[in-house]
Ligand binder design. Structure first.
Ligand code: ADP
Ligand code: MG
Length: 712
């Protein structure tokens, strides 16, 4: 840009080799400014030092080759599949490469181009490479000095012009998008890297002292190396540098949200004498486990502070979160406030009501129920009691946070099964009334690292221990050949008066398909067990029908429930002892673990039988059979699937972490979190001169993303 304006801040459009059309495409990659381009880093590298000599390729091998295209063309096959083929030659020999179903490559790959291709070597009339990936390293047309097909590219030198694929040459592969290939991105970055870096100068959002402590390189050096590494081995320390930066600023964002809530919003200090909480502890027929005691004392201390609590209580199914939540609710009530617990469904709300009635009845407390099903006069009266403050303990669904519900003296809100509640509800809750304390309960254990990233603005209490005397659920992972034996076993349990579930996976492509699979099984089982009450529950049923089926199972009128995963997450049927899961590969580990948690809630030995459709069970199922601890499984899941998958598409997490890898960077995460909290503690507004650059960097990073990630 002219006039000395920063090209880092300017639109990517004005950079060399871009222009308005390409700028639009860059926008799809979330690259809008020069700075974004600088941070648009390769996700992978091809390393010419690991290139295989074509003559030495063996069938079955996964290979990377570099060669010239000596001939090419599209060949139709019998099955109407059009295959693009190209013969590559290097100094040692030649090989045919085939791209089935990708005839359009004929327009982008030319005779004479230098190609890097990697993929499996198959046998098809001789050796054939089927590239998973390929990069055009240099164009025959560029080398001849002819103009490229697009004006923007014409000015772009190929970067590799005339170069032989020398040892040690590393090719970055950039995230690309439709109409913008990684080769084009590479060329654009090549053209602009020097000026972007010189504009950056030695600017660095992190203090030099920190970098030395952690042995991480300065920003400019890290970016330069990541775009043009002299060797792949130089990449990792630079990735860690960016990972740390990312984790630190994310934790700083979290810490500020947390501080804002603590310092700027007034809450209630619950510090009345322990009348009710003590009575409950005395009345319980058991001792709290050490983990429950720890969680309770964290919550109690937090509630006693004048700032609003905002805490996540994590614990495996059956770890005894409900008692801890009840204690927290009583602490609010003994201080003269109201406490509400909000469940994701009516059924679960009713279940909570029964639990609380049993647990708290002896203390003379009766919970008030408010769900969508409470209507007419009963609803009016409930609303009146809530508004007058006569109802102290309220159990409900999100009906609790709708218009017209007026709490006389809100003190604490417990949110059960947080993962079914969106960010939006969390915010709405905080806005309602004068910042009541909030305790979010989750029965989906996630690794601590992931919790810190996703919910870093919350404080965390973990119950990582089950009450003593639980019989572990026996888990068996089996192939289809064991199906009959499993059903014999199931019949045996049913004959003893037990209840059981048979679960079918949700078929994403088609609810109809999924309903059909479950229906077929339902009919088979009905025929097999004529004396047993079997019911079917799937997504195609109306919500009234689903509710009815669930209630019938809950009441014990139905013994066998054939269901798709629409079954309630937290539902408790102590008499259910068998969980059979069909086609288990379709489930994630967390889901499988949730399902298994539906049994083993009573005195009898419980069983979980899991069927895999494939020849051998997946790594995930093997882990599931071996481990029963939800937190261990969650770590395993993170390892097997990788974090990208765990965040899911709709989660904001995927946007938040581009460089950090939670399984590898836990040390950086902890350090970043510690530093962020310490800074915000002493300077919540980040207004000290030394912290101004942090605030500036937060704006740069999250201004656009604030909408995705709520703050405070
Ligand atoms: P969660 O909500 O974490 O899944 P619950 O709170 O429903 O677990 O507890 C499961 C069962 O364990 C309940 O029947 C509860 O009464 C019982 N329980 C809770 N804490 C203890 C304990 N410390 N010792 C024995 N039993 C307990
Ligand atoms: Mg529960």
């Amino acid at each position: 840009m002219k006039g000395g304006r920063s090209i880092l801040r300017g639109s990517v459009q004005y950079l060399k080799g871009v222009g308005p059309r390409r700028a639009e495409r860059f926008a799809k990659l979330d690259v809008h400014t020069g700075r974004d381009l600088l941070y648009h880093l390769p996700y992978r590298y091809e390393d010419a030092t690991t290139v295989d000599a074509i003559s030495e390729l063996k069938v079955g091998q996964d290979a990377t080759v570099i060669g010239r295209v000596v001939s090419k063309g599209v060949i139709p096959t019998r099955r109407r599949l059009r295959v693009f083929r190209a013969v590559l030659r290097d100094d040692s020999g030649h090989i045919e490469c085939a791209w089935p179903g990708r005839p359009w490559l004929d327009r982008t790959i030319d005779k004479g181009d230098l190609l890097l291709a990697s993929g499996p070597v198959r046998f098809y009339h001789g050796r054939q490479l089927q590239p998973r990936e390929h990069i055009v390293l240099s164009r025959a047309s560029d080398e001849r000095g002819a103009s490229g097909d697009k004006s923007a590219e014409r000015s772009a030198p190929s970067g590799e012009r005339g170069e032989r694929p020398a040892a040690g040459r590393v090719f970055p592969v950039y995230p690309a998008t439709e109409g913008l290939t990684h080769r084009q991105i590479r060329a654009v970055i090549h053209l602009n890297l020097a000026s972007l870096l010189s504009d950056l100068g030695d600017e660095d959002p992190l203090p030099g002292g920190w970098l030395e402590d952690l042995s991480l390189p300065p920003l400019a050096e890290a970016l330069r190396t990541l775009h043009r590494p002299p060797a792949v081995s130089r990449v990792e320390p630079c990735r860690r540098r960016l990972a740390f930066e990312e984790l630190f600023f994310l934790q700083l964002l979290h810490a500020r949200a947390r501080a804002r809530l603590r310092h700027e919003v007034r809450g209630v200090a619950f510090d009345a004498p322990r009348t009710l909480t003590r009575s409950l502890l005395e009345a319980l027929p058991f001792e709290l486990t050490a983990a429950q005691r720890r969680a309770w004392s964290e919550i109690e201390a937090d509630m006693a502070r004048p700032s609003p609590m905002n805490r996540l209580l994590q614990g495996d199914v059956g770890s005894g979160k409900t008692v801890v939540a009840a204690l927290a609710m009583l602490k609010a009530v003994e201080a003269g406030r109201q406490a509400a617990i909000m469940a994701p469904t009516e059924l679960l709300a009713e279940q909570h009501r029964r639990t609380f009635e049993k647990m708290l009845g002896p203390l003379g407390l009766e919970p008030e129920l408010l769900t969508g099903a409470v209507t007419g006069k009963a609803r009016r009266q409930a609303l009146e009691r809530i508004a007058a403050g006569d109802a102290r303990l309220i159990v409900g669904t999100h009906a609790l946070i709708q218009e017209g519900v007026d709490f006389a003296a809100p003190g604490l809100v417990v949110i059960d099964e947080q993962h079914r509640f969106g960010v939006e509800q969390r915010r709405r809750l905080r806005e309602s009334g004068e910042a009541p304390d909030a305790l979010v309960m989750s029965a989906t254990p996630i690794p601590r690292s992931l919790a810190l990233v996703l919910y870093g603005d919350l404080d965390l209490s973990i119950i990582d221990e089950l009450p003593p005397g639980r019989r572990p659920i026996r888990t068996a992972v089996r192939g289809p050949e064991s199906r009959d034996a499993a059903f014999v076993f199931l019949g045996d349990q049913l004959a003893q008066g037990r209840q059981a579930y048979v679960i079918y996976p949700l078929v994403e492509e088609s609810e109809t398909l999924e309903a059909r699979a479950a229906t077929v099984m339902f009919e088979q089982l009905q025929a097999r067990f004529p004396d047993i009450a079997v019911r079917l529950l799937h997504g195609r049923l109306s919500s009234a029908e689903k509710d009815e089926a669930m209630r019938s199972f809950l009441a014990g009128d139905t013994s066998l429930l054939v269901a798709t995963t629409v079954i309630e997450v937290g539902i408790d049927v102590p008499n259910a002892t068998v969980m059979i899961i069909e086609d288990a590969e379709r489930f994630g580990l967390a889901q499988l673990h949730q399902l298994r948690g539906r049994v083993g809630r009573g005195a009898e030995q419980s069983y979980c039988i899991v069927f895999h459709a494939s020849e051998t069970p997946s790594e995930r199922l093997v882990a599931f059979e071996k481990k029963t601890d939800g937190f261990e499984l969650a770590e395993e899941d993170l390892r097997i699937r990788g974090q990208g998958d765990l965040f899911g598409k709709e989660q904001h997490g995927a946007v938040l972490l581009r460089f950090a890898q939670l399984d590898r960077d836990f040390d950086l995460l902890e350090t970043g979190r510690r530093r962020a909290r310490a800074i915000v503690e002493g300077d919540p507004g980040l207004s000290k001169p030394a912290h101004r650059r942090f605030r500036h960097e937060l704006d740069l990073r999250y201004a656009r993303r604030e909408a995705l990630y709520h703050v405070g």
